[in-house]
Design a protein around this ligand. Structure first.
Ligand code: HAM
Length: 428
């Protein structure tokens, strides 16, 4: 396919055969989010670059090397959003949504990161995110986790486990960071290149290394959980008690540090081993300092985002039922006059028969060819309008799926009543 135009690497088309699954997935997500009182917020795809540098953190992978940043015609530095939390906080501050009130918000849409594309990791990918503001206790953390657990149940996903950790307050983390750097320095010879680089920029991320050669160094590192401040300890104990009471199983993972800088206290990830290397389908945590850091009031926040490509891949593997429904009616227009009259009839049928999915034959074709198309469309009925029918102001109806059912010829009004009745009988 030399010289042909292709999509940008890591940015995928979603073809008609795949969209039914996505629509069904999105509908389930909307229903579950509404069940917890979350309201949708729609945010721009592009924000000022500074927003991400100041929230996600200057020395994170995302900001250092994964952002799609460009100067607009005015010379302003803009960035395609790599995630949704920063923009959501920016919008809430800008529109005064956080003053003396709580918020439960959600969003869906594409995010952009210049990562190495592979299965489950793309440069344009889609997240559904949920963010809650103004609630300081672990009850809202636990509710968000219950919400995500309900999503998996509703979607029939079983192979996921929940990992939780607490990062503590920023002061506790700073003290821990010093101890960790001191420890890692004693093991310097065993550190891989990435970890050496991170040692002085973002040492907590060393704990997150997936390199098997680093396993021993990481296993023997001091644990963040032993360095939590009392408030974070209480919060974490409160969260665990709530999850226990709600029957949500979890594992404590003291190495879970997340790749964005804004977190404090609770962090969590839902992981699966059915997707290969990119096994995190949903991740989030608390970010109590972020709103003030971006110029808002000192309001706490907590949330998560899930990756729709990863979820869709899991669902496709479980045979999740999602196909576009076939039309109820295929309208065959035999003859020139019928072709002229067909559009008005099709519109009348759609007006009068609630919920009708009607596909009109366009582009002509012999009667036989049109019948073949009607059959392969999967429609339940072929409706035939030809010269005879037009002269008598009738329509012929041929059931295509029922064995041995003869064609009926009915006046238009009766044909409409027939279709209305057929729509009630529960058959597709
Ligand atoms: P994140 O861990 O960077 O967190 O991303 C959340 C989820 O998005 C991941 O668990 C994964 O399912 C999906 N994801 C991330 N990168 C890619 C990629 N390149 N290709 C496909 N899927 C991907 C955040 O973005 C935070 N904003 C989550 C959050 C919301 N925390 C608090 N509120």
């Amino acid at each position: 396919m030399a010289n042909s135009l292709q999509a940008v690497r890591g940015m995928n088309d979603l073809l008609p055969g795949e969209t039914a699954l996505w629509q069904s997935l999105e509908a389930t997500l909307r229903t579950v989010l509404a069940g917890y009182g979350y309201q949708e917020i729609r945010l721009p795809l592009v924000e000022k670059t500074e927003l991400f540098a100041r929230s996600i953190g200057e020395v994170t992978d995302i900001v250092e090397k994964e952002m799609y940043t460009f100067a607009d015609r005015n010379g302003d530095s803009l960035t395609l959003r790599p995630e949704g939390t920063a923009g959501c906080v920016r919008a809430c501050i800008e529109h005064g949504l956080l003053h003396n009130q709580t918020q439960r918000l959600w969003y869906v849409g594409p995010m952009f990161r210049y990562e190495k594309p592979q299965k489950g990791r793309y440069r344009q990918f889609h997240q559904v995110g949920a963010e809650a503001y103004g609630m300081v206790g672990p009850d809202i953390d636990a509710e968000l986790i219950c919400l995500s657990a309900r999503l998996w149940r509703q979607l029939g996903i079983r192979d996921v486990t929940l990992q939780i950790n607490s990062l503590g307050s920023s002061a506790a983390r700073a003290a821990y960071r010093e101890r960790l750097v001191a420890y890692l320095t004693t093991r310097h010879a065993e550190l891989d290149e990435d970890s050496r680089r991170r040692l002085h920029t973002n040492p907590l991320r060393v704990l997150d290394s997936k390199n098997p050669a680093m396993t021993a160094v990481i296993a023997e590192a001091p644990s963040l959980l032993d360095h939590l401040d009392p408030d974070s300890q209480d919060h974490f104990a409160g969260l665990r008690a709530l999850l226990d009471a709600a029957g949500v199983a979890y594992t404590m993972n003291p190495r879970l540090v997340r790749g964005l800088d804004y977190y404090c206290k609770t962090v969590f990830e839902w992981v699966t081993d059915t997707l290969g290397a990119q096994g995190t389908i949903c991740a989030g945590g608390r970010y109590d300092g972020l709103i003030a850091q971006l110029g808002g009031e000192a309001v706490p926040g907590v949330g998560f985002a899930l990756g729709l490509e990863r979820l869709a891949a899991m669902l496709a593997a479980t045979g999740y039922p999602a196909t576009e429904p076939p039309p109820h009616v295929y309208l065959i227009l035999a003859g020139e006059v019928a072709q002229r009259m067909g559009l008005a009839l099709a519109e009348r049928l759609r007006d009068e028969v609630a919920g009708l999915r009607l596909r009109m034959n366009c582009g002509g074709g012999s009667f036989k060819a049109q019948f073949r198309r009607a059959d392969s469309s999967g429609a339940r009925f072929a409706l035939v309008v030809g010269d005879d029918e037009l002269a008598a102001k009738t329509v012929s109806i041929k059931p295509l799926r029922a064995a041995q059912t003869a064609q009926l010829t009915l006046p238009e009004d009766q044909a409409i009543a027939y279709l209305q009745a057929a729509m009630q009988d529960g058959q597709p």
